[in-house]
Write a protein that binds this ligand. Sequence first.
Ligand code: Q9C
Ligand code: ZN
Length: 618
Amino acid sequence: MASSTALVYDEEMTSYKLLWDNAECAIENPERISISYKSLQHYGLVERCLQLPVREATEEEITIIHSPEYLEVVKSTQTMDVEELRKTSEKYIAAFFHPNSYRCAKLSLGGTLQLVDAVMSGDVRNGLALIRPPGHHSQPSESNGFCVFNNVAVAAKYAKTKYNLQRILIVDWDIHHGQGIQNIFEDDPSVLYFSWHRYEHGSFWPNLRESDYDFIGKGKGTGYNINLPWNQTGMSNGDYIAAFFHVLLPLAFEFNPDLVLVSAGYDSGIGDPEGCMHATPECFSHLTHLLMHVGNGKLCVVLEGGYHLRSLAESVSMTVKTLLGDPLPRLSGEMAPCFSALESIQNTRHVHAPYWKCMLHDETRLIQEPSTKGLSTAYPSHTDASTVDEFLENHMKKILYAIPLSTTCVLSPGADTSRLPTNVQVEECTVPSEQIKGAIRVLCVGIGDLDPKLSSTNDGKTFMLIISEDKPSERVHSDYQCFLQWNENLGEGSSFFYALFRFILPLAYSYQPDLIIITVENNRSIGTKDILLLTSLLQGLSQGAVLSIVPESEPELTEALCNVLAGCHSTMDFGPYKPPTEECVHDLKDEAVSMEKEWKLLQCFGGLPYLLEESLTS
Ligand code: Q9C
Ligand code: ZN
C-alpha cells in the first residue's frame, strides 16, 4: 500500500464556467476546486496522498443512471453558442452549461469511479475526489442545482455491480437535500441514504415536501432513506455531531455497509452563503473520523457544494488530513445541540424507530408542532464573507497549534496510581500549550470492576466512567462519575456500538478531556473489538492523547491496542454487530436523562422537547 489515502484532482475541471449573468449560479465557479487544491498543497497534504488521475466516464457508466436521451442533450452542448447554451440550461432548475461542461462532467464522474476502484481494490484505505460539476441533485434525465451527472449515485451502482457489494451507505453532508440520490434509491434497501439539509419547513430550496423527515423510502426500501431537515439556520458543531451520534451512526452500524460514499458538500460549513450554518472546518475532521470506523474503513469522500472559498478550502483540507490519520483538532464551540436541532433529531428517530432494531425501544414522541413553525428564521444579517475569512485565519492557527510533549502525564489526586505502571510515559502525545498551563481534564475509562471510590473527586478535573458487568450497590451521585452496565456475550456479535454512540461519545465530547486514560481490568465485560473501537473513537478527542493500561495477561489486546493507538489499523472491521436488548436501551436512557443537564450532547433521548411540550400544554 503506497499511501493510505487517494486524492483525485485535475485542473481541467476548472475549464467550464457560467457565461452569462445569473446570481444563483455564479457561486459554482472554477476557483472552488483550484483554491481547495492550493490549500491542500499549503498543508503539505497533496504529496502525502496517492494522486490518482481522472478519466472520462464511459457512456455505459453514465447510463447506469442516466437516460440515453439526456446524455445526448448534454453531449450536444459541446458545440452550442452562448444563446443555445442558455436556452438549454433554462430547461432545468439552477443549471448552466458551457461547451466544456460535458467533458468536465465525464471527468468528474470518471474521477469518482477511479476513487471507488482504488478503495475497493485495496490500493488505498480511503480518499477524496476534488471534482466539479457536483452530482447529488442530478436526476436520470435532468440537470439540477449545478449538477450534470449524479456522481455518487452512479458510483454506488457501479461499485455494487463491479465488486458484488451487498450494502452501501451514502452520507450526504451537503446543506442541500440530494433529492437526485433520494429519488434514485428510494425503493432500494441495499443503499442507505442519509441527508441532513437546510429545510425551514419547506421554505428552502429545493422546497420539496419529500425532503422532510417523514419521507423514509418506499416499498422494499422503506426505512432506508433518512432525512434530517434543519428548520433553522446557524446550526453548529454541536448540532452536527449530535446528529451523527444519535441518528446516523447507530443506523450505519446496524446496517454494516461494505462501502461508505460521502456526498461531501461544504456549504454546510461556516460562511457559506447558501447554507448559513456555523460549523467550523474541524467539524469535518470529526465527521470524517467517525465515518472512518464504518464499513471496514472503506470511505470515498466526493465533493458536492461549498461556496465560501476559504471555508470550503479549509474544510476540504481538514477532511484529507483526517483521512490520512493525523490527530484531530479539538472540536470547538458549545457541545450542545440547539432546541430546533433536538426537535429534528427526535422526529427523524421517531419515524425510523419501527424499521431499525437499535431504535425499536425508543418510545419517543413525534413533535407535531416544532417550535420553529411559522417563525421567520432570517439569518442574523448576512455575515460578510471577508469577516469569515478573518475568523478562519485566526481559528485555523488556534486549532492547529500543538506542541509535542515528552514527559510523564499528570494524574489527578483522586486517581489510584498504584494501578499504573511506575514509568508512565506518553512521549508521543501532544497537548496544546494553553492546556498545559490551565487545568488538565482527564477522562478515565475503567473497563471491568473498579473501586467506585476511585472517582471521588468532584473538582471537574477528572471524569470517571466505569463500564462493568454489575453496577455498584452504593453509589455517590456526581456529575463526574458514571457507571455503565454493559455485558456482551463474547463471540456472537456486539451491541456495544449503541452504548458508544448514544452515551459514551456524547458524554466524552461534552466533557472535552485533554487526556484520556483507558484502564482494562482482568474481569472485563466487553470484547476486544469493543475496546479497540472505543479507543479508536476516543482518539478523536484530546488531540489523540490516549493512554491505555492493559493487564499483562492480555498480550493480544495489548498488541491490537498498540496498533490502534499508533494509527496503523490492520483491519477496521469491528463487527459483527447485534442490536441492544430492551433492558440495555432503557438503562442507558435512564443514565443519560440523569446526566443530560450537565452533559448536553446526551439530550437526544427525547426528554427535553417532551418535557417542554408537557409544560406548555398543562
Ligand atoms: N437561495 C449544490 O450545492 N440555488 N447545489 C438555491 C436558494 C441552487 C446547490 C437558491 C443551489 C444548488 C451542489
Ligand atoms: Zn449544496
